[in-house]
Every structure is written in C-alpha cells, then in structure tokens.
Design a binder for this molecule. Structure first.
Ligand SMILES: O=C[C@H](O)COP(=O)(O)O
Ligand SMILES: CC(=O)C(=O)O
Length: 221
C-alpha cells in the first residue's frame, strides 16, 4: 500500500509548526494512530515517527491514512533506501541524524523536505554548501547544547536549528528562547510506558504542556 500525501513545502514550515516535534519510537503499530490523535488533541500538529523498529513503516502508513491532519515526518533516515521507503509510506518530511550528499539527493529526487542533522560548525557549513539552511542539531545536549547554538548565531546567522537529543521539558525553553531555534525535538511527549499502557490521555497532556512552552520562553535572544 502506498499512501498519497502532499509533501510539506519546505523544512521552514516543519520548524514552524510547533515548538516541539515529538520524536516517536513505535513498538506496537496499534499505538500509532491513537498517539497521533492525542498529539493533535493536545495542540501538536506534527509528529516524527522513527525508523527504529520493525513496525515503523506500517505505523507511518497507518498515520498517513488515518490522521491526515497531522504533518507526518519520518526520522532516523540513514540511507537513500530509507528515504524511498519513508516517502512511499507517506512521509511528508524526512529527518536524519546526520547529513550526507546521498540523503540530500534522495530527498530532492522525491521532492520531500529533509531536516538533516549536524553537530559541528564544519558539518553545518557542509550542509549550507548543499543548499540547506534548516538543520537538526543532534545530539543537542551532548554536543554543546544552548551555549553552542548561542555561539553560532553570530557566525551562521542564516541557519535555523531544531535541536534534538537529551532535551527535556525543563530545558526546552532555554533552546526555544534562542533566535536561531525554530523548534526542538524530543521523545518525552510519547513515553514508552504510556504507549505500552495505552495511556493516550497522558500523551495529550504532555502535548498541551509542550505547546505552552512557546509562550513561556519570552523574547528571543
Ligand atoms: O534518539 C534521540 C531522539 O532523537 C531524541 O530522543 P530524546 O529526546 O529521548 O533524547
Ligand atoms: C535522532 C534523529 O535525528 C533521528 O532519529 O532522525
């Protein structure tokens, strides 16, 4: 089954949909649709389903068909084959922990935005050379966190980031207050225990709290 969905127009809109992009590891395909609906109910209009489990592509297909209102990303794309499989399953944008020319070209061939990861200035420069200005900063907390991104504002003002990795509700606001951060990524909105227990009310509640982070960050620094 190949889902047909409109691709997101550019990674710019991916960074602007929500203060937090939920990064989800789906262990049981039956949780995919209810978790996507819970995120939407809590005010989060985007989800990144990672290619880290055997059921991941089935989950993407299910959400693409049954929750068309949510902007659907597929993460942990590490090869051109992953890109093809993700787009065939219904991905509207793609996320990768790193940046390679083959990933960028594969995504462009399919006309689907890619949010590729970088963790150093040289990697960010290489991405700029490939024409990409919207980047994932991964793993964010482990790679220098807020001070690193703050330092980049002066030397790479043309780049905007979605920091992901090790971010929590307690630290997300510091990232969101930076002018070069569009949104943050994190797995805390869809905890494994809540998904296993079918506790989608908790997912909705976590989504609601994540939406409120934007208002709590104040002016961009
Ligand atoms: O693998 C890391 C994910 O992209 C983010 O996960 P985390 O929010 O649990 O650090
Ligand atoms: C972590 C990350 O960047 C991904 O799963 O795509």
């Amino acid at each position: 089954m190949s889902a047909t969905r409109s691709p997101a127009h550019s990674p710019v809109c991916v960074l602007d949909v929500s203060p937090v992009v939920p990064v989800v590891v789906v262990e049981d395909v039956a949780t995919a649709v209810p978790l996507a609906r819970a995120l939407l109910a809590g005010g989060i209009g985007v989800v990144e389903l990672t290619l880290r489990t055997p059921v991941a592509l089935d989950a993407v297909r299910a959400v693409a068909l049954e929750v068309p209102e949510i902007l659907l990303g597929v993460g942990t794309c590490t090869s051109a084959d992953d890109v093809a499989r993700a787009v065939d399953a219904g991905a509207q944008f793609l996320v990768s922990p790193g940046t390679t020319r083959s990933l960028v070209e594969a995504a462009r061939d399919r006309d689907v935005p890619l949010l590729p990861g970088v963790a150093t200035v040289s990697e960010a420069l290489a991405a700029l050379e490939l024409g990409i200005h919207e980047l994932k900063f991964f793993p964010a907390q482990q790679s220098g966190g807020v001070p690193f991104l703050a330092a980049l504002r002066t030397v790479l003002p043309q780049v905007r980031f979605c920091p992901t990795g090790g971010i929590s509700p307690a630290t997300a606001g510091e990232y969101l207050a930076l002018s070069n951060v569009g949104c943050v990524g994190g797995s805390w909105l869809t905890p494994a225990d809540a998904l296993a227990a079918g506790d989608f009310a908790r997912v909705e509640e976590l989504a609601r709290a994540a939406v409120a982070l934007r208002g709590a960050t104040g002016a961009h620094g």
